[in-house]
Design a protein around this ligand. Structure first.
Ligand code: GRF
Length: 302
């Protein structure tokens, strides 16, 4: 039961204990103050007294709990808790959180920028929490990093941001149905590829129609396809004598680097361009456009 509560409230053991204390002390304080106020009204006995006591306690309880939560360092939890209670009581449905998984197996610089855009660390629990993204759109949050490479930089990025990771196995992934239930169990609504080289199996694509996007470090349809990744792409661009390169963000279908293009951004190649200098230009474009585009896309999910 406690394990479930910890997961549901996204807190550690210490915070859970402090939350229980806050409920207990807040409740006692509320009961004490309620009786005190009731005695002032001289209506202690009889049905009127009972009704008045219930009204007083109902109004006092949130205040008492908030007061104790400040003393025990749990204010941020209880503020949100009471907001949720209020939203339920007043019939306002909470906007659902769109849970996003990033699939990445490289350094993770794109993953890091995307996480910075959507998640912010909760100072209380040291866990990631959703960043406010305006009143209109749904809130989105990166809740899982899927990676196929032990030791990849993106795993460190995930660790620093307190985001859960899933290390996947090639055979099981490519067979197509092993990881889908796991993604569903994590409640994943949307998948972002950011430096992930394996082809996404049909089962996952069908389960996430128009909900999987990829970024490619060139202007597709040029310089894409199997084996075209990292420095190889930039070498091919330079070898082809292209005057421009750029990035392509596209929906993922069952072919490599093939789905509908959502956005392209370009940069010019200099006379002495090398794969390394071009890679830097491309990364800048990626970091500028990928998180911003995702913010727009995620507002229309569900
Ligand atoms: C990016 O260049 C992206 O276009 C490609 O893989 C690279 C990942 O870089 N799909 P990083 O790991 O996000 O730094």
């Amino acid at each position: 039961m406690f394990v479930k509560l910890k997961q549901r409230w996204n807190v550690n053991n210490t915070n859970l204990v402090l939350i229980f204390f806050t409920f207990a002390l807040g409740g006692s304080l509320c009961g004490y103050l309620g009786r005190l106020l009731l005695s002032v009204t001289r209506l202690e006995s009889g049905p009127a007294g009972v009704i008045l006591y219930i009204i007083i306690v109902t109004l006092l309880w949130p205040l008492c709990v908030l007061l104790i939560s400040i003393l025990l360092g749990q204010f941020s939890f209880f503020r949100k808790y009471l907001e949720k209670v209020w939203a339920r009581l007043s019939g306002k449905k909470n906007r659902e959180i769109i849970k996003v998984a990033i699939f990445a197996s490289g350094a993770g610089s794109n993953a890091e920028k995307i996480i910075q855009k959507f998640n912010q660390p909760d100072r209380n629990t040291n866990k990631a929490e959703v960043k406010s993204q305006g009143e209109k759109g749904p809130k989105a949050m990166i809740t899982l990093i899927v990676c196929n490479k032990p030791g990849a930089g993106v795993l460190q990025v995930a660790k620093s941001a307190n985001i859960e990771t899933l290390l996947i196995d090639k055979d099981r992934f490519l067979k197509g149905d092993h990881y889908l239930p796991i993604l569903k169990r994590h409640g994943i609504d949307f998948i972002v590829l950011a430096g992930f080289l394996w082809k996404i199996p049909a089962g996952i694509i069908q389960a996430y129609p128009n909900k999987i996007v990829n970024i490619h470090p060139a202007l597709l349809p040029r310089h894409g396809g199997k084996g075209m990744y990292g420095a190889k792409v930039h070498e091919a661009v330079i070898a082809a004598g292209d005057k421009q390169s750029g990035i392509t963000i596209h929906y993922v279908d069952e072919l490599y680097d093939h789905g509908n293009v959502i956005l392209q951004a370009t940069c010019d190649l200099g006379e002495d361009e090398t794969p390394e200098t071009l890679a830097e230009k491309i990364h800048l474009l990626e970091h500028e456009h990928y998180p911003a585009l995702l913010e727009r896309l995620l507002q229309n999910v569900k």
